[in-house]
Design a protein around this ligand. Structure first.
Ligand SMILES: Cc1ncc(COP(=O)(O)O)c(C=O)c1O
Length: 481
């Protein structure tokens, strides 16, 4: 076990931190001493409570978190025995002056989902191809194959072709208010590679990174896999709360956010929170990784400008994808790199997969430049909005006593919160056995108290299939809950 002095604390030593702000609700359902121990240990390790600070009394903590006194004492005993805290007779318990580094549980990457031959109705994140766009894409691709330009058949630029980068930059400036030039764009293999490149360029193993809590699981996995210390920052009706993040870990290196449409909860981050997050990043030289995965699907008026477009300090790295608006098989996304990260990103890119597929870049650039993409957006948005309405109506009609549903103003999925006592993981498993796709909400929480619910996709199925699956899902819930 190694020991290091705790991070530079923001709170003066021996002050009593505001425990109500730091841990307002104990996370998880597990044993209470373990939950309290874990919460306090996280605060100590992240530097949110400084070395030498006096801990509240076990009586205070028991009262505040509605625990037995014995549970609080047991948590303190573990903290003391592991060297995170020191008990001083007659004076109380204090954060240790040097905090130990205990070996952490090894992070095992979960096996990726195998590709399913056909997604079950209500599966999240899948899309349906648009026949008119497929025809246009085929024509554009045939033209490039019939009149091959050498650059589409040879080794390419690690950033992607200049033509596609220019087209993407123009699109992002006008549709999302992103401030960018083509030289900052990197064409990626979907949003996931964009995230991976940014993590490798900006984050070192052991760095603290804020993440929305609950979080998009593939982002959480990418951060953990890179050795980041992921600090779950709770999401409420206004999105991620930077004040809570600052209380938990003021000097994190980066934050991962989906501000336009939080995945999974569907909240849009308010302007107040956006400004607070930008301000925190500027003050701490932290990076904001903005994942704008589905903002093309906005049903109630124009989308809010991307966070990147509001950032005057160059702290936001922006990620987008064609996986949702076109199709995931294209494996094409993009990132807009802040200038100081660009070289590091390109270095990682060049040594991992070198550059994106040059051949598919050409018809995609044509699709954007020739006005087909704008027409495609209008068609697909109308279709998906209709599917959303069908799903919401069917769930409200058939599951009204069991589900709490808000119709999302954006995106391809909704969250149906469970009102009864059933567990979302059991229901999702039973639904799958009945041929219905869904994802349990509760496993997407990191440290915040998990909410029981189902995440349901409506983007890839005909209206009748959506209605029929929703009705059957309500029957499964009634039988499982
Ligand atoms: C929050 C979020 N980000 C990004 C993506 C897209 O990833 P990719 O472009 O790698 O397919 C998804 C897909 O489900 C998502 O839900």
């Amino acid at each position: 076990m190694s020991k290091t002095p705790t991070n530079s604390p923001n709170l003066p030593a021996n002050s009593l931190p505001d425990w109500g702000t730091l841990v307002p609700v104990l996370p998880g359902d597990g044993p209470r001493p373990k939950a309290l121990y874990t919460a306090i240990r996280q605060l100590i390790e992240t530097g949110a409570v400084p070395a030498g600070a006096k801990l509240p009394t076990t009586r205070d903590l028991a009262r505040r978190f509605k625990l037995s006194r014995a549970a609080a004492i047991a948590a303190f005993e573990t903290l003391v025995s592991e060297g995170f805290a020191e008990a001083r007779v007659g004076a109380g318990t204090f954060v240790a002056r040097e905090v130990p580094h205990l070996p952490r549980e090894e992070f095992r990457t979960p096996a990726p989902d195998p590709a399913t031959p056909a997604a079950l109705p209500l599966t999240v994140g899948v899309t349906q191809s648009d026949p008119a766009t497929a025809r246009i894409f085929r024509r554009l691709m045939s033209r490039h194959l019939a009149h091959p330009a050498p650059e589409h058949f040879r080794y390419g630029d690690p950033r992607g072709s200049a033509e596609l980068r220019q087209a993407v930059a123009a699109y992002l400036r006008s549709a999302r208010g992103v401030r960018c030039e083509a030289h900052q764009i990197v064409i990626t293999s979907g949003a996931q590679q964009g995230l991976d490149l940014l993590i490798r360029a900006a984050i070192r193993p052991g760095d603290a990174v804020w993440s929305e809590d609950p979080c998009y699981p593939m982002a959480h996995t990418a951060l953990k896999g890179a050795g980041a210390r992921v600090i779950g920052v709770p999401v409420d009706d206004e999105g991620l709360d930077p004040a809570r993040g600052e209380a938990l870990c003021p000097n994190a290196r980066a934050v991962y956010v989906t501000p336009s449409h939080q995945f999974p909860l569907g909240v849009t981050m308010t302007m107040r929170r956006r400004m607070a997050l930008l301000d925190w990043a500027r003050r701490n030289d932290a990076w904001i990784i903005e994942d704008d995965y589905d903002s093309e699907f906005r049903y109630g008026g124009p989308p809010l400008t991307a966070l990147q477009g509001m950032d005057g300090a160059g702290r936001v790295a922006y990620i987008g994808t064609f996986s949702k608006i076109l199709f995931p098989g294209l494996r094409t996304g993009y990132l807009v790199a802040p200038e100081p990260l660009l070289n590091a990103i390109l270095e990682v890119r060049a040594r991992t997969d070198r550059y994106p597929a040059t051949l598919t870049e050409a018809p995609l650039a044509d699709l954007l430049n020739q006005g087909h993409f704008a027409a495609h957006l209008r068609r697909v948005r109308r279709r998906v909005q209709a599917a959303r309405d069908v799903l919401v109506a069917a769930l409200r009609d058939h599951g009204k006593d069991r589900l709490d549903i808000a119709a999302p103003e954006q995106g391809l999925h909704l969250v149906a919160k469970l009102l009864g006592r059933g567990r979302d993981t059991d229901i999702a498993a039973a639904a799958k056995a009945a041929g219905i796709g869904s994802r349990a909400l509760s496993p997407m929480f990191i440290a915040a108290p998990p909410v029981q619910g189902l995440v349901l996709g409506f983007s890839a199925f005909g209206n009748e299939a959506v209605r029929e699956a929703a009705i059957r899902l309500c029957t499964v819930i009634a039988q499982t809950a």
